[in-house]
Design a protein around this ligand. Sequence first.
Ligand code: PLP
Length: 477
Amino acid sequence: MNKLLSELSTIGKNGYQLPPSDVPSFPPLPIRVRQENAPVLPSLGELEVVRHFTLLAADTFNVEQGMYPLGSCTMKYNPKVNEEIARNPLFTDIHPLQDSSTTQGSLFVMNSLLKGLCSIVGMDDGTLQSAGGAQGEYIGLHLIKSYYRSRNEAHRNTVLIPSNAHGTNPASASFCNMEVVEIPVNKRGQVDVKALPLFLNENIAAIMLTNPNTLGLYEDDIKEIANLVHASGALLYYDGANLNAIMNIVKPGEMGFDVMHVNVHKTFSTPHGGGGPGAGPVLVKKILSPFLPFPRIIDKGESLEFSFEPLTSIGKTLGFWGNFLVLLRAFSYITYLGDEGLTHSAMMAVLNANYMKGRLKGTIPLSHTGNHLHEVVFSCKELKEKSGTTTLDIAKALIDKGFHPPTIYFPLIVSEAMMIEPTETESLEDLDAFVDALLEIVNEALLKETPFKESPHSKSVKRVDEVRAARTPIVHW
Ligand SMILES: Cc1ncc(COP(=O)(O)O)c(C=O)c1O
């Protein structure tokens, strides 16, 4: 295990050389804010610090090292051209408080991205003021609440969420002080449209869905669902996490959704993982426009300007103008691929997932049969019963073979779930190498007695007690 900087520290070392101050330290800070003792920081030379972080980086898996088939997350490769553009000093050296007459280029990027996203998903308007998918959900639900308040229907405060939904959906609704009611999924792994009317009443604000759903299956009854929900006076929220499967092919707006977020860090290839910075633009139909957060970008003909109107807006949801450099990468990606490229990407994502599904046929059973799109959920229940090897063991064994594990134990409705999303950026050779590794692991599990309980062996951090780590985290040293 790599040592911590504090363990590597030697008193007296330092990694910087500054000349003595040649300006008076005046005025002195007021006593109440002055710190008597210097902070205890590690003392290290510059090279030691660089080596430390380089070793950590090398030990951290990323999509540039190998395949990262994490279902529900679309861990595709982020093309370097996006990085190059996002590092251009013309973008990085501007200040958010600069006069807008000097930042028209950046305003153009934001305005064009918003319009482009609206066109891709079939919505009318939106905001870029969200730092990720979950915050997008939170903002979208607030828009719905404001909409009902404006119609004197504040009692509509319940959100219907299917049992296979991602945990952020009910969490966001709870954060918005909304009630959550779980609705059932049928044997085909789709919303049970026959049961849906039983849940629709005058208190329902919205249904939250992702399509294709978290099983990778397209909701065949989406039109009927939308009709039923709208007829009951409620709205439809689209969780954009799975947009990669249908990008530029089917539009959530045309399916009947009224509001959605886009996880640009998934679909539009901006950096992902490590907790941010991200972006989760929220896009809406006209009826929700008056409530969108500000600032809005207004096209005044000769210039683009920020606007802090209308008063019906839910207000500010992110610092300054949002995570601009993330949005810039998404703009670069969309512009670079163009209409045809985006459609082709979605088709390749679906093809790759189905190629894997085909190659794994007969080895690990599917959780649900049906037409899978960009990701496929398997159940390792049978293997566990036969051999004692769990989905977790398989995931850890894959690490030793050089692959990031797929998503496991999600969706919760699938026992011993393993969700694989290869994305469009993997080649046929890489898909085959991953499937071969998985097949080898399954064969070994069937031949030997629980061979992977100690895996992974190749990493500095071995098997950790994840439950204990979450329940009793040590967050300082
Ligand atoms: C289906 C689904 N919805 C929502 C989210 C939340 O998105 P974010 O991680 O950008 O907050 C995720 C994240 O993985 C997801 O898979």
